[in-house]
Ligand binder design. Structure first.
Ligand code: NAD
Length: 261
């Protein structure tokens, strides 16, 4: 029996948007993909049907649910044997403007956003890190024992006046990435973080169509928003090509719409 030596990536939220594009580009590089979705299996199957190569599979789990997230990890490992790359991409953006929100809605938005955008990735990262740390070096020199790529946001740095929980969740994801990078580097597990600005996906559609749309477009000196394929290109670089020395880095992918130094 031949053992399949191709790397395996679990990409969360791969049923659409940036996650689907990351799955497509990783598959084009010869990676087997665990295509994760929340509950929209048919959308996940649609992504799966667009992947180059063979040996991919779909999985559904609500990442705001700890038990479901544990089950997801076990199912993915059960199917593929191991995971080499975890891409924490799934996320939500809920509007809850502080001056136009009840205390109940405010707390609901905070709980759901932190559970989905921070606690879910933290839980999956723990499961991945502990499994990866026990493995031998993989896929040639420089790859290490495993890689985690977190999709954060520009909002972590500049604030989100109408979605403070989103900004806080992504600031938490940045700090999680940095902490894990330091904790895991000694065992050869590398952690990278991307901070996109506005990207043309379903998540952004309603806001861009609303009264703030023109102002948002005007923030971009490229004259356009970022595209999902550009985010995916950066994510694939981190997942497969980035040097170990870049572990812990938070990389802006925002078309110079917000620069920090
Ligand atoms: P999207 O809304 O198109 O896709 C998000 C994905 O996450 C979907 O597949 C959805 O099913 C999944 N998801 C949401 N809640 C989930 C849950 N509880 N359990 C499991 N899966 C869940 O969004 P996108 O624009 O592709 O965003 C992808 C990532 O990029 C997100 O983390 C987002 O915060 C980040 N981001 C996006 C933008 C943007 O402008 N689109 C900007 C900065 C950062």
């Amino acid at each position: 029996m031949s053992v399949d030596s191709r790397p395996v990536a679990l990409v969360t939220g791969a049923s659409r948007g940036i996650g689907a594009e990351i799955a497509r580009q990783l598959a084009a590089r010869g990676v087997r993909i665990a295509v994760h979705c929340n509950s929209n299996q048919s959308a996940a199957e649609a992504t799966l049907s667009q992947l180059a190569g063979s040996g991919h599979a779909t999985f559904a789990a609500d990442l705001a649910d700890v038990a479901a997230t544990t089950r997801l990890w076990e199912e993915v490992v059960g199917t593929f044997g191991a995971v080499d790359i975890l891409v924490n991409n799934a996320g939500i953006y809920l509007n809850h403007p502080p001056l136009a929100c009840t205390a109940h809605d405010w707390l609901q938005a905070w709980r759901l956003t932190l559970d989905t955008n921070l606690h879910g990735p933290a839980h999956l990262s723990l499961l991945a890190a502990q499994a990866m740390a026990l493995r031998a070096e993989r896929h040639g020199s420089g790859f290490g024992r495993g890689r985690i790529v977190n999709i954060s946001s520009r909002g972590a740095f500049r604030g989100e006046p109408d979605a403070p929980a989103y900004a806080a969740s992504k600031a938490g994801l940045n700090a999680l990435s940095q902490s894990l990078a330091r904790a895991l580097a000694p065992v050869g597990v590398y952690v990278y973080c991307l901070a996109p600005g506005w990207v043309e996906t379903d998540m952004a559609t309603a806001t861009l169509a609303g009264p703030d749309g023109d102002g948002i477009r005007a923030q971009h000196p490229l004259g356009r928003l970022s595209r999902p394929d550009e985010l995916a290109h950066a994510a694939v670089y981190c997942a497969l090509d980035a040097p170990a020395a870049m572990t812990g880095g938070i990389i802006d992918v925002n078309g110079a719409s917000y620069l920090r130094s």
